[in-house]
Design a protein around this ligand. Sequence first.
Ligand code: ADP
Ligand code: 2DT
Ligand code: MG
Length: 210
Amino acid sequence: MMAATRGALIVLEGCDRVGKSTQAKLLVEYLTKRGKPAKLMNFPDRSTTIGKLLDEYLKQGQEFDDHAVHLLFSANRWEAASSMEKLLKSGTTLVLDRYSDSGIAFSSAKGLDFDWCRNSDAGLPLPDLVLFLQLSQEESRARGGYGQERYEKEQFQATVRDKFSRLQQDNWTVVSAEQKSIEELQCELRKLVDAAVKSALNKSLGHLPT
Ligand code: ADP
Ligand code: 2DT
Ligand code: MG
C-alpha cells in the first residue's frame, strides 16, 4: 500500500553555475502545479545547527579539518534522512539541490580518499534519479564571476569537475546544459522527472551502498 504512493527522490548535481538551483526550483513548481506533492531541499541545509557551522565554513569565517568538515556535510544529510523517508513514503517527491555526490566530489578534490568520503553516507536514502548537468568551463565562465565562498575558485572548480567525472554512477543521467535556455533545459528535465516519478511508484526506496 505504502509503495503505491511513494514519491521519487530526484537529485540535481553538477559544477558551479550549471543551473542546479534554477532548475530544481522550476521542477518543484512544475510538479506542484500538476497536483503532485513536491518539496525542494538544498544541501547543505544551512538552517540547522550543523548547517550554520557549514555556512560559516563556506563563508570562510570558520576553519575545520577536511575530514571533520566532510563528516559535518554528511551529518547535515543524516539529520534530514528520517524526514526525507517519511515524506517520500507519504507520496512527496523530493527535488534535491546537491546531495551525496557533491560531498564526495568536493572532499576528494581536497585530497581525501574517495571510499572514505563515500562511507559516511552509506545508508542514506538512495536517489531514484541523479540529473547531472554538464556545462563547459567556457560557458560557465560566461555566466558571471565566482562569488566569495571557499570553493568558488577556478582552479578548485576544475579539480571538482575532474572528480565528478570519476564519480559518474549508474543512477546518473547526464544532461548537457550547453547552449540551452533555462526553458529548453527545463523541458528536457521535466520528461526525465515525469518518468522517474512514475517508476518510483512501483519501487521500494533504496539506500546508498558502502
Ligand atoms: P547553480 O545552482 O548550478 O550554481 P544557478 O541556477 O544558480 O546555478 O545559475 C547560475 C547563474 O546562471 C544564475 O545567474 C542563473 O540565472 C544563470 N543561468 C541558469 N541557467 C541558465 C541558462 N540555461 N542559460 C543562461 N544562464 C543561466
Ligand atoms: P551552494 O549552496 O552554492 O550549492 O554551495 N558541498 C556541498 C560540499 O563540499 N560537500 C557537500 O556534501 C555538499 C552537499 C559544494 C554549497 C557548497 O558546498 C559544497 C558547494
Ligand atoms: Mg546553486
